[in-house]
Design a protein around this ligand. Structure first.
Ligand SMILES: Nc1nc2c(c(=O)[nH]1)N[C@@H](CN(C=O)c1ccc(C(=O)N[C@@H](CCC(=O)O)C(=O)O)cc1)CN2
Length: 297
């Protein structure tokens, strides 16, 4: 097999952010609306701090308003729920995101359920989960899976119909919404997980492999069908033999390159799409809340 195409999520995300900035300028000019995104960070997880900082910076660069709330590690569930309620009632805030993971004293599901579904730019509220599951276009869709679908649509010139896809991982944040999005594109979708009996056998059937298990380099190249398109959602930090650390995905990139026709790298593949899609979802939420047609991005 010749060298695969490297699907450049970083470049795609940059283009998406440019298109978002154009739409935000139009919204201001034609409707007098500046979309606002509120991000709540509880605690001091170093990776979460980096992601939240990037979200604020990219929100402002796209011409939107950014509201950032940092709450201490010891925050109680009641205090966080009170913050969410305040943001639900704030007309300047079109989108609300509570950064995950949350400290262990807080019930994540209770917090996600408290976010107004119309402002739920993460798409994690059961109302939005249900809308996606029933094939509706009216909800808000989780950022990482929607980013994966954008990359796949771009790669296949908009037509994924009839492709066999395997999603490895069944999380609420990636695996399950990914299943629904691929189904909506008329793929034949298998969801594999830790109890799947013959994972390499399932992967070998697939034209599209989406790996979202959080296990470094678990998916090996010789599991893949020749010419498979591989979307690697994993972001795992591992130790380097010479000291220090490096990021790897859930797919063994070097061996996968011997079989795949296209593959997302880690870093620089799916990761950068997550924040760009968050900005797109904020524009979508602002339009939906104001009865304005949602722009195609
Ligand atoms: N409420 C949410 N919490 C979390 C989400 C989410 O979608 N909503 N996703 C992740 C973290 N995340 C955004 O929040 C995120 C992860 C990774 C990247 C990214 O750009 N990764 C880079 C590598 C970055 C690095 O060097 O560490 C890449 O893959 O190229 C952006 C956002 C969990 N929490």
């Amino acid at each position: 097999m010749s060298e695969p195409k490297i699907i450049d999520g970083k470049a795609f995300a940059a283009g998406l952010r440019d298109r978002i900035a154009t739409e935000v300028a139009k919204l201001k000019e034609e409707n007098g609306i500046t979309p606002g995104l509120a991000v709540v960070l509880v605690g001091e997880d170093p990776a979460s701090q980096v992601y939240v900082r990037s979200k604020g910076k990219q929100t402002v660069e796209a011409g939107m308003q950014s509201f950032e709330y940092k709450m201490p590690e010891t925050t109680s569930q009641e205090e966080l729920l009170a913050k969410v309620e305040e943001l639900n009632n704030d007309p300047a805030v079109n989108g609300i995101l509570v950064q995950l993971p949350l400290p262990k004293q807080i019930d994540e599901q209770a917090v996600l359920a408290a976010i107004d579904p119309a402002k739920d730019v993460d798409g994690f509220h059961t109302t939005n989960v249900g809308l996606l599951g029933t094939g509706s276009d009216n909800g808000l869709v989780p950022c990482t899976p929607l980013g994966c679908i954008m990359l796949l649509r771009d790669h296949f010139d908009g037509n994924l119909s009839g492709k066999k896809a395997v999603v490895i991982g069944r999380s609420n944040i990636v695996g399950k919404p990914m299943f629904n999005l691929l189904l909506k594109e008329s793929c034949t979708v298998t969801v594999a997980h830790s109890r799947t009996q013959d994972l390499p056998g399932e992967v070998r059937q697939a034209d599209i492999v989406v790996a979202a298990v959080g296990r470094p380099e678990m998916v090996k190249g010789d599991w893949l069908k020749d010419g498979a398109v591989v979307i690697d959602v994993g972001i795992n930090r591992i130790d380097k033999p010479e000291g220090g650390t490096r990021l790897v995905g859930d797919v063994d990139f070097a061996s996968a390159c011997e079989r795949a026709s296209a593959i997302t790298p880690v870093p620089g593949g799916v990761g950068p799409m997550t924040i760009a899609v968050l900005l797109a979802n904020t524009v979508t939420a602002a339009c939906q809340q104001n009865g304005i047609a949602v722009p195609k991005l």
